[in-house]
Design a protein around this ligand. Structure first.
Ligand code: SER
Length: 424
């Protein structure tokens, strides 16, 4: 499809309101929008990437890295997918902020040497304002500091007021999947929950006011180990819209966890603990959110063939499993419960990801096995740690933490977490 004419302003939609609210509807609406614009609709790739340089699929573009680098045939000139992703780099924020997850779904549209900036920007705006019916007054966009072209497109083609276009530096608006590989400047769309607060200055880091929901990457360089950028043979588009974030916006709930993508798992865990999520203090709510988040992650990881171990992805799985168990115990779940959470996660997501149903038995037996193993380790380690922390003044040495790990198999991050909970 030809790019929108740069001489005219994109018509502003009449916002009659959208009926799209549920997670499944958002996913479908996104994929349909791009399929109608000539994109091949591709299934989610595995969480275990073919690319040996990354441990897990952390973004919708991971399966396409070789295509961007010109090392593999493009599957189509343009494609769209809903990709299951896992990021654990800021795992300690999960459940504590409104928007951090380990497992999440990234909706993406991709151009492999086909359309570029202007078309990507125009479609992103149309999708946001017409299909999802977001009020343009609630939208803010950011561009890479030096990217005058994107600034111009947002201002002159789309018609966004310059004061609602924020220029940001490399940390925010230059995207790469890792230290090396395909990368490029990006432009992000933010939802403003309080446009009445005014535009001066717009602090996009104010997470109570803004949420970034759609990232458009203009993938045009390859970065080598020395940090040198070499232009790619083709200019590409890689975008990502966080499904959970869009659900939060459209469902008008205070955080991603209270959307229909996660709330049923919070409720499943709350039922096991015999508590009501809505009437709990922050620490119980956080535990319920962690359990909900990680239950999705572990279920998908096992479905994609990961088994718990002390290495690589196996360790990530083990760590997530163990965090679920520990948070469960913190809120009073005494009996083994991982298989119940696994079943709840499968029930919630199998329609979108049928592999979960196909692998239900393997998922269940892995959860049973790992939970039994960990409960033994945990009981022994927690007793020892409680003795250490009971001393006055409470303090734990590196040597003691090491012994807990080395001799008793008690994970260091749990020692750290528990020590922190005791103010140590
Ligand atoms: N790869 C980019 C991101 O993860 C856009 O999809 O944000």
């Amino acid at each position: 499809m030809a790019p929108a004419s740069s001489s005219s302003t994109v018509p502003q939609p009449g916002r009659s309101g959208t009926s799209i609210r549920r997670g499944t509807e958002i996913r479908e609406a996104f994929l349909t929008f791009y399929a109608e614009r000539g994109h091949a609709r591709l299934p989610s790739a595995s969480l275990v990437p073919e690319d040996p340089t990354v441990l897990l699929t952390i973004a919708g573009m991971v399966p396409f890295k070789p295509v961007f680098l010109g090392q593999a045939e493009r599957p189509a000139a343009r494609a769209t997918s809903s990709q299951k992703c896992i990021r654990t780099n800021d795992i300690e924020n999960v459940g504590r902020t409104t928007r951090h997850h380990t497992f999440f779904e990234m909706l993406g549209n991709f151009s492999f040497g086909d359309y570029f900036k202007e078309q990507a920007i125009v479609w992103a705006w149309q999708l946001s304002t017409q299909v999802f019916a977001l009020d343009p007054d609630h939208l803010v966009v950011s561009v890479f500091r030096e990217d005058d072209e994107s600034f111009r497109i947002w201002r002159d083609v789309v018609g966004v007021a310059p004061r609602r276009i924020v220029r940001l530096g490399e940390d925010d608006n230059f995207w790469a999947s890792g230290p090396t590989g395909p990368c490029g400047p990006c432009s992000e769309l933010y939802y403003d929950f309080r446009p009445g607060d005014g535009d001066e200055p717009l602090n996009l880091e104010d997470e109570d006011r803004f949420i970034e929901f759609y990232n458009l990457v203009f993938m045009q360089y390859n970065r080598d180990a020395k940090g040198t950028l070499t232009p790619l043979a083709n200019r590409n588009i890689d975008t990502g819209m966080g499904l959970e974030r869009m659900a939060r916006i459209l469902q008008k709930v205070p955080n991603n966890y209270e959307t229909d993508l996660l709330l049923p798992l919070i409720e499943a865990a709350a039922a096991l603990a015999g508590v009501d999520y809505r009437h709990q203090d922050e620490s119980v709510r956080t535990s319920l959110k962690v359990i909900a988040d990680h239950s999705r992650a572990i279920t998908h990881l096992i479905a994609d063939g990961v088994t718990a171990s002390n290495l690589g992805r196996g360790y990530i799985l083990r760590r997530l499993l163990r965090r679920v168990i520990r948070h469960g115990r913190q809120i009073g779940i005494e009996d083994p419960f991982l298989p119940v959470m696994g079943d709840a996660a499968i029930h919630l997501m199998a329609e979108a990801y049928p592999i979960l149903r196909d692998r239900q038995e393997e998922i269940r037996s892995e959860l049973v096995r790992e939970e039994a193993r960990f409960l033994e380790t945990l009981e022994r380690g927690e007793k020892l740690l409680a003795q250490i922390l009971a001393a006055e003044p409470a303090c734990i040495s590196g040597e003691q933490a090491f012994e807990l790990y080395d001799t008793y198999g008690f994970p260091l991050e749990l020692t750290e977490e528990i020590a922190e909970e005791h103010g140590v």
